[in-house]
Design a protein around this ligand. Structure first.
Ligand code: GRF
Length: 190
């Protein structure tokens, strides 16, 4: 049974969706959730799902040793960033090379990079006049949102769409695709 850790900074709806997808799959399980935000609702979701959850400070995360030790102690095979807002330090990437995946709520390389997350991304899409948006699932490297892209899915953006309209379409794509793409990546990369 492969073991997945999820890193999340916010609501954790993707984390919950991924945990439910793998629960009872016989292939993998989400066995650990880490957040850098003690107020994050993902902590509540972890409790309700019976998944161990740890909160680390930004300094602890950037220093990386404590997080690497926690992942190793739990025999984690694959790390999933689902709405995680910190840049992953090189030491952590080197500890899990080709085994850390992120989802970005836009069609990278457009609307990516430092500071581009959540509604800021969807507002940028609307303001740019783009006629489509979507999700990008990619491996993590040492720069924001520049790792190897593994999967993209698109949704139309209408001239009348607000950032919230785009967010709703993008979230739907995330819930539809992210868990199965993670499974495909794990079966390919591990
Ligand atoms: C999602 O839109 C994801 O694409 C982005 O952050 C958001 C996380 O939402 N990286 P949630 O915390 O999973 O609800």
């Amino acid at each position: 049974m492969k073991r997945i850790a999820i890193l999340a900074s916010g609501s954790g709806s993707n984390a919950e969706n991924i945990a439910r997808y793998f629960s009872g799959s016989g292939f993998a399980e989400v066995s650990f959730i880490i957040s850098n935000n003690p107020e994050a609702y993902v902590i509540e979701r972890a409790k309700n799902l019976g998944i161990e959850c740890a909160v680390v400070t930004k300094a602890e995360f950037m220093e990386a040793d404590k997080v690497i030790a926690m992942l190793r102690e739990r025999d984690i095979d694959f790390v999933v960033l689902a709405g995680f807002l910190l840049l992953v330090p090189a030491k952590l990437i080197q500890a899990y090379p080709g085994k850390i995946v992120n989802i970005h709520p836009a069609l990278l390389p457009k609307h990516g990079g430092k500071g581009m997350y959540g509604d800021r991304v969807h507002r940028a899409v609307v303001e740019s006049g783009d006629t489509e948006s979507g999700i990008t699932i990619h491996l993590i490297d040492e720069q924001y949102d520049q790792g190897t892209t593994f999967f993209q899915a698109k949704c139309p953006v209408l001239p009348t769409d607000t950032a919230d309209d785009v967010a709703a379409k993008v979230h739907a794509l995330e819930y539809e695709h992210f868990p199965a793409v993670i499974e495909r990546m794990m079966r390919t990369l591990l």
